[in-house]
Design a protein around this ligand. Structure first.
Ligand code: V47
Ligand code: SF4
Length: 389
């Protein structure tokens, strides 16, 4: 046990927090009540030191990143989530976009010869785009580039597709998996608790439906991620309820790879009156997530939403993974007011960002297989080697 963490715990004046801290150091699971107490009473120095301790116990200095791009098939959506800056209702679809299969395949082909390992496909829920349309897209991407990992579709999109196709979650997942879908991203989770869901996204898939679709994927041996949209109208108890439901499913299936807290951004949406969380609240959120989600191997910062400087800061507050090179292929966050208006990072920039935080940059694939250790590579070498950039 590190002396350092014991000194931090000894300096804590609140005995209840000291007991929780000891549990964490002794690898005991913290309860929902403990989690709530951390949110309500613990300062950043305590939760930050504990989260860093846990992160280093799990991963040392290793900090993963991946090389990926996004395809957003459409922003036309039958739903009207009040935090969403990106979607357009079907009635106003001329203001949005709808990509054809050929246009999406051309995006994939534009990466031919480039060392990306993952395509992340996620978009609005377009009433006319069927499961068969997406299955055909998956098959065509796989026919063109079989080794490219396809991480796609949230339970919001999947639930709508499956219901229209009159399939259960198990049947629908099996069908798309066979068509080429490798894993599920973490989106659409928002806040599971119905008190909040009713206020921010009343009409889309509920907590049980979201969890059932991830469970169906896990049963097929697929992996997935989970997100939580925080820092808006929810209370701390709703965050704990959300993380608890995910922790329980993970106990059952072990299929989740990474947890990704997503900071609510308030531009150009129906919740623009809700202030954004402070950087201190953001770091406390990441730290407490690392402490609570004890059965999730990875905690990821998504820099297009947090901004690259704050994403770098999270590496000292429990985060061991940064997504990704992205190549300016997502609009969700730029449209919601993120400082990252054209989200792209070269491999050299990501490696530098991780090294500046005194961590070890390791390129991974979607399933966390180590592809390349950049800790000894000098940045200029990355810039001239096309396989590295
Ligand atoms: O579900 C939408 C969020 C999510 C806003 O699994 C907003 O690897 C903040 O899930 N402010 C989609 N957030 C993105 C997502 C994701 C991103 C990167 C990696 C992975 C992964 C998953 O974006 C939505 C919603 O929670 N979102 N609008 C907003 N105004
Ligand atoms: Fe549609 Fe997703 Fe936006 Fe909700 S968050 S309106 S489901 S695109």
């Amino acid at each position: 046990m590190s002396t350092n963490i014991q000194q931090v715990i000894a300096a804590e004046t609140n005995p209840a927090l000291r007991i929780i801290a000891e549990k964490i150091v002794n690898k005991q699971r913290i309860t929902p009540e403990d989690g709530l107490l951390l949110f309500e009473q613990a300062g950043l120095p305590l939760v930050g030191a504990l989260a860093n301790f846990v992160r280093e116990r799990l991963h040392g200095d290793t900090t993963y990143f991946n090389r990926n791009f996004h395809i957003e098939p459409t922003n036309v959506c039958v739903f009207a989530c009040s935090f969403c800056s990106y979607s357009r209702l079907y009635a106003h679809r001329e203001e949005g976009w709808e990509l054809t299969t050929d246009q999406m395949l051309n995006i994939v082909k534009s990466y031919d010869g480039k060392p990306v390992t993952e395509v992340h496909i996620v978009g609005g829920v377009h009433p006319k785009l069927t499961m068969e349309f997406f299955a055909d897209l998956l098959r065509k991407i796989k026919a063109h580039r079989p080794e490219l990992h396809i991480k796609g579709f949230t339970p919001v999109e999947l639930d709508y597709m499956f219901r229209k196709a009159k399939l259960t979650a198990d049947e629908g997942m099996k069908y798309l998996h066979e068509a080429g879908l490798d894993s599920l991203p973490g989106g659409g989770a928002e806040i599971f608790h119905p008190e909040v869901r009713e206020k921010i996204c009343a009409d889309k898939v509920d907590a049980e439906g979201w969890l059932a679709i991830h469970e169906a994927a896990h049963k097929l041996g697929m992996h997935s991620n989970a997100t939580m949209l925080y820092g808006h109208v929810e209370e701390f108890r709703h965050r704990i309820d959300h993380m608890e439901r995910l922790r329980q499913l993970q106990d059952k299936t072990g299929g989740f790879n990474t947890f990704i807290p997503l900071k609510f951004r308030n531009k150009e949406n129906d919740m623009s009156n809700v202030p954004e969380s402070s950087v201190i609240e953001d770091m406390r959120m990441y730290a407490i997530a690392r402490l609570y989600m004890d059965n999730f191997p990875h905690l990821k910062a998504y820099w297009p939403m947090l901004g690259r400087h704050n994403a770098q800061l999270t590496l000292s507050f429990g985060v061991n993974d940064i997504d990704g090179t992205i190549d300016d292929t997502t609009k969700i966050y730029s449209m919601a007011g993120s400082e990252e208006q054209t989200p792209t990072m070269t491999t050299a920039q990501l490696v530098t960002l991780i090294k500046q935080a005194k961590r070890k940059p390791i390129e991974r694939d979607t399933l966390y297989k180590i592809l390349h250790d950049y800790s000894e590579v000098d940045i200029e070498q990355i810039d001239v080697n096309p396989q590295m950039n």
